[in-house]
Write a protein of this length. Structure first.
Length: 471
């Protein structure tokens, strides 16, 4: 459900008691966590209990499992997830009571108020880039407030209220949220058509990023990738608007990564700014796309006048973000990883990284398409990218905020995978996916579960099944 952004946006301290519908989600739980740290009364509800709800309860939130009108009887402000439908009883009650109702974007804006915002936008890589920026700034002596669309592996949380004047925020374009914020520094990692269920056309999607430039403070900074026509065009537009621009990439950029070397889960490269070689960085996460993400973090830190060696230390200590090439475990010589990739470009990047991790072992991938609309548009391309694996299991579509379409299933993806028929299977039920992966996996293999939905639950099932076989 799309909630309009109010014309007047208030700081969090003026919102009274705040209730979140969908408080267990990555976006709303981050806002709630920051509000709780500031002493603001928070309540919320979610359809299912989860560790995220337990953590918020421990911080002092009043949290309900399930939705009911009485949950909002003493509330001043409602913050609503885009996944919530118009017939939600709490939303209906809030409308009847005339409560202030905010979309997620306005809730995040409320906790940004009074801080210098660093907004991380782009089709892919937002969560990891936001995480890398956060740990790099922390290591360099800054203590930013941050809100990330995933939990940092090192802390186990997706948000914290820092003591410094910086606010690092993952800024989502899927529902136009990034057009609400007013950053002093903005990153655009890439612009690659997605969320066309919301934007309609690729042209409208790209135009939203042009509009995003107008949200950057006058004289502010755009940091963007030098590796695509879309982002280079965005850089030209930013300069024309009087913004400062720093580009990053593997060549022909202001901040460059050179001499990349990959070994297992580590990637080493040399950072150069202009003619100056700043030093060598070794990441503990595999993949060229993570090198690019780290360059954005370095560019931000350097612009803020922070020490390169300190930024480097933060990046080298980064152990990842949950659901981004996350190791779930190893049993019977089979390593199981989980990642969030759900767009063809993300699938390509993760499989390239996985090859380095797999070494001489085979790569066995399970993929759950996310959203009917995305699968309808990109399903065949998803299948083509999955062809970089040795064996592929495709689950049915994770519906999220959409209704099922019998003409759009995971079979659309599976049928497009360019591998021998016996190396590909369409297995609709997740419990069956786990069994199929365990059947296919051999010692030395790497199993990778991919997708933005419930596929993340499959990895532990596979480990359990493999453990039983070896017992």
């Amino acid at each position: 459900m799309r909630i309009p952004v109010p014309e007047v946006l208030l700081p969090a301290e003026e919102l009274g008691r705040v209730h979140f519908i969908g408080i267990g989600g990555a976006g709303l739980s981050a806002i709630a966590r920051i509000m709780l740290a500031r002493g603001i009364a928070v309540s919320g509800s979610d359809g299912n209990d989860s560790p995220a709800l337990d953590a918020l309860r421990e911080l002092g939130a009043r949290v309900h499992v399930g939705h009911a009108a009485e949950h909002v009887h003493d509330v001043d402000t409602l913050v609503v997830s885009t996944a919530i439908r118009e017939d939600n009883p709490e939303y209906v009650a809030a409308v009847e009571q005339g409560l202030r109702i905010l979309p997620r974007s306005a809730g995040l804006y409320a906790v940004m108020a009074g801080k210098r915002t660093i907004a991380i936008a782009g089709t892919h890589g937002k969560t990891t880039t936001t995480s890398l920026v956060t740990v790099a700034l922390q290591a360099a002596g800054a203590d930013p407030t941050y809100a990330i669309g995933g939990d940092l592996s090192s802390t186990g949380v997706n948000a914290a209220d820092g003591s410094g004047d910086l606010f690092v925020a993952e800024s989502d374009e899927s529902d136009g949220a990034f057009l609400v914020y007013t950053p002093s520094i903005a990153v655009v990692t890439n612009v690659d058509a997605d969320h066309l269920d919301q934007w309609g056309t690729e042209e409208a999607y790209q135009a939203a990023f042009t509009d995003f430039l107008d949200r950057i403070e006058p004289g502010g900074l755009l940091i963007t990738w030098a590796g695509s026509d879309a982002t280079l065009h965005l850089a030209d537009q930013a300069r024309a608007k009087g913004l400062r621009v720093v580009t990053y990439g593997l060549a022909d950029a202001d901040v460059v990564a050179e001499h990349l070397r990959a070994a297992g889960t580590r990637t080493t490269f040399v950072v150069r700014r202009g003619a100056e070689a700043l030093g060598e960085v070794t990441l503990q996460i595999p993949g060229e796309h993570y090198v690019l993400n780290s360059l954005a973090a370095i560019a931000i830190g350097l612009d803020l006048g922070l020490d390169f060696d300190a930024l480097k230390a933060g990046l080298e200590g980064f152990t990842g973000t949950r659901r981004r090439m996350e190791l779930k475990g190893e049993v019977a010589g089979v390593r199981v990883y989980d990642s969030y990739a759900h767009h063809p470009s993300e699938i390509r990047g993760d499989l390239q990284a996985a090859r380095s991790v797999a070494g001489e072992g085979r790569l066995v991938v399970a993929f759950q398409p996310h959203l009917v609309s995305r699968t309808r548009i990109f399903g065949e391309q998803m299948g083509v990218e999955l062809g970089a694996a040795d064996e592929v299991v495709v689950a049915d579509v994770y519906l999220a905020r959409e209704d099922a379409d019998p003409a759009v299933t995971g079979a659309l993806v599976a049928d497009a995978v360019p591998l021998p028929a016996d190396a590909v299977a369409f297995v609709p039920e997740l419990s069956d996916v786990a069994a199929e992966l365990a059947r296919r996996a051999r010692p030395g293999d790497m199993v990778l579960t991919l997708g933005a939905g419930t596929i993340t639950t499959v990895g532990p099932m596979v480990l359990d099944l493999l453990g039983r076989v070896g017992a």
